[in-house]
Design a protein around this ligand. Sequence first.
Ligand SMILES: Nc1ncnc2c1ncn2[C@@H]1O[C@H](COP(=O)(O)OP(=O)(O)OP(=O)(O)O)[C@@H](O)[C@H]1O
Ligand SMILES: [Mg+2]
Length: 258
Amino acid sequence: MALIKKFRIKKFKETKPILSLEKISMFYNKRQILNNLDLKINKQEILGMLGPNGVGKSTIFHIITGLKDPSFGKVFINEIDCTDIPIYERATKFKLGYVPQYGGFIQDLSLLDNLNLVGEIHIKEKDLRKLKIDKIIAQFEFDSLLRIKAKHLSGGQKKKLVISMALINDPNILLLDEPFAALDILTIKMLQEIIVNLQSLEKITVVVCDHQARDLLSCVDRAIVLSNGKIIASGSPDEIVKDSSARSAYFGDEFKIN
Ligand SMILES: Nc1ncnc2c1ncn2[C@@H]1O[C@H](COP(=O)(O)OP(=O)(O)OP(=O)(O)O)[C@@H](O)[C@H]1O
Ligand SMILES: [Mg+2]
């Protein structure tokens, strides 16, 4: 498979991470999911998170957004400790965009009204708002779907809607929890291009997890593999697929990038 990325930012000029998790542990009842996890993400980096079902990827997104409090540890955005900052304030103050694994839209509103709803929260000026929403409608080819209630959209159309809603805010940091699941091949390619363009043109930072490992690895700068509550491997796509721990915990022996 051809790599989408024409270049990878090997060395990030910014030494200060835009997002850091420090010594994060997470317990559900007495079951430990995350174990003293440290993770730093550089500005303008596209980081891929991989790991088996139930390893804690969505939990990490919940902890970054503030949907869940970690049992221990701290979350820093732009070097500001935001562990106790509520979810709505993190979203607006730090311009966090989030595409959850499930849901993320209002079932009984039309596709257009879902876009309008998010637009009205984030863009006060009416003409600017219309411009932004029109751009998204064109980019995602939503023209024939505008009046359909979100609950009646197909699985892939719903996913596209939620991704487009996360972009209305022009996020600085975009968190994507399984964005490729349910998307057709061309739509995956479109989304990969959107992600890479956002990085190079808008300089945004992206954290993405997905089980479509090849699709994910073709658009990230760095990937990590999680296993048993820890990061067991970290590196470029080429490095990570050769890593013996990553292969035994996630990829298996047969996996190839091309
Ligand atoms: N509210 C909760 N109460 C109890 N256990 C939970 C809760 N939320 C998540 N878990 C458990 O935490 C673990 C991590 O879940 P999480 O959804 O983060 O996994 P994941 O890596 O995103 O998996 P997948 O690839 O299947 O989406 C799972 O074992 C799950 O059952
Ligand atoms: Mg998940």
